[in-house]
Write a protein that binds this ligand. Structure first.
Ligand code: FES
Length: 176
């Protein structure tokens, strides 16, 4: 029996593009320092620091892991490890909008496959890929905690419930 998560492309295992010499902006540094101030052990700010870089930069290149490590006083390899563990930290460029489709069991049993097929057809990409115009990246995601409103997907920070695969055009049109 196939499982809901089979063939899941995991953003965290995609080898990142090398991006040596990445420099954190002053704004990013300030946000990371603010986050560090909440913890005695600065290592605890690792995931938030990665999220801050991703918020500003769109994704997290290797050079950013090294730069974060310098600020936190943590080896770059440790930051890489955190970035790899959290699969919503993107290690390569993504589209302007990231569509994350829940493929956990509640959605899987409620039109996930129809929705996934419709997205693949409309976007002309496979999960894990980005459209040629850089507008959308399509990724699977685990349960979003709204199983009674399946199928569910997120587009960037927006969560959409009871998504009708037949009305995808209108939904995607909101994201230009
Ligand atoms: S299974 Fe999709 S939101 Fe829970």
């Amino acid at each position: 029996m196939s499982t809901a998560n089979s063939n899941r492309p995991n953003a965290s295992i995609i080898v990142s593009d090398r991006h040596e010499g990445f420099a954190l902006s002053a704004a990013i540094r300030e946000e990371i320092h603010h986050e560090m101030s909440h913890y005695d052990d600065h290592r605890a700010a690792s995931i938030e620091a990665l999220k801050i870089v991703q918020k500003h930069h769109g994704w997290v290149p290797d050079g950013a892991c090294a730069a974060i490590g310098e600020i936190l006083g943590v080896p770059a390899s440790d930051i890489e490890g955190v970035a790899t563990f959290y699969n919503m930290i993107f290690r390569r460029p993504v589209g302007k909008y990231v569509i994350k489709v829940c493929d956990s069991i509640g959605c899987f049993l409620n039109d996930y496959e129809v929705l996934r097929a419709a997205l693949i057809q409309k976007l002309n990409i496979q999960p894990g890929q980005t459209t040629a115009d850089g507008r959308f990246t399509l990724l699977p995601i685990c349960c979003l905690g709204a199983c009674d409103k399946a199928p569910v997907l997120m587009i960037n920070d927006d969560t959409h419930f009871n998504v009708d695969p037949g009305k995808l055009d209108a939904l995607l049109e909101q994201y230009r």
